[in-house]
Design a binder for this molecule. Structure first.
Ligand code: GLP
Length: 242
């Protein structure tokens, strides 16, 4: 995995947005995998700014978001779908039918995962996947455990992950759903290019385990060592153990 350490998080975010915009200019029908959380917020802000300056056109782009809370409808303000609308989709010219998301309110989680994986297959997989990482080494909502599932699946959320997203639920961890739907490791490893972003000291241990540790389901991000085209973009704090 190629590691780049940036002087600051905003600098990395601007570089990441520029990279995404360049990839879209090169391939206007780019298939893009998108994360949520705090980490990509500045990337989305920069991409919106580039779009508003006429420097990137999303009209032919297809997106797949990586995860969604189970039990939340797309219009629930705490859902990841609502997060994406607020921070990105409503500010750009991406057609709604080109946006792919797990429906957290689907009655049958397994069927919803199959639907999502089929859409991803039809799209030809991800050209470019942006990722964050959880402090426990999770990517999307592939949580640490004894084994990993290749396909998209229903994941039971760890207490640590639920605490990390409590701000979306009025800082009340008891309101955070117990489970989520997530892209599986196969979908990630099949992406043609991966950029993983991690900033701040709270990510340092997970970043070190991902890059230097054994490949183990106890640190799902460590499976990215098997991918031939991953860049890990850090700041000094998240990269201090590297
Ligand atoms: C969240 C998401 C991930 C995200 C990670 C880190 O729970 N499911 O997709 O990358 O945890 O979040 P943050 O960027 O807020 O630290």
């Amino acid at each position: 995995m190629n590691v780049r350490v940036f002087a600051s998080e905003p600098e990395a975010a601007a570089a990441c947005a520029a990279l995404v915009a360049a990839a879209i200019r090169e391939k206007p029908s780019l298939v893009l995998g998108l994360p949520t959380g705090r980490t990509p917020l500045n990337v989305y802000r920069e991409l919106v700014a580039l779009h508003q300056r006429g420097q990137v056109d999303f009209s032919r782009v297809t997106t797949f978001n990586l995860d969604e809370f189970l039990g939340l409808a797309p219009d629930d303000p705490s859902s990841y779908r609502a997060y994406m609308e607020r921070h990105f989709f409503q500010h750009i010219n991406l057609a709604p039918e080109r946006i792919h998301f797990f429906d957290g309110s689907a009655e049958r989680a397994e069927r919803e995962c199959v639907r999502y994986d089929l859409k991803l297959l039809e799209a030809g997989g991800l050209d470019l996947l942006l990722l964050g990482i959880g402090p426990n080494g999770h990517v999307a909502f592939i949580e640490p455990g004894d084994s990993l599932q290749a396909g998209s699946h229903r994941a039971r959320l760890s207490r640590e992950s639920r605490l990390a997203v409590a701000s979306l639920f009025g800082d009340d961890v008891w309101k955070v759903p117990l489970a989520a739907l997530t892209l599986g490791m196969a979908g990630m490893l099949q992406a043609r290019r991966v950029i993983l972003l991690a900033f701040g000291v709270s990510k340092a241990a997970a970043v070190t385990a991902m890059l230097r540790g054994p490949i183990t389901p106890m640190c799902p991000a460590s499976f990215l060592q098997l991918h031939g085209n991953v860049e890990v973009w850090l700041d000094a704090e998240s990269g201090r153990g590297v």
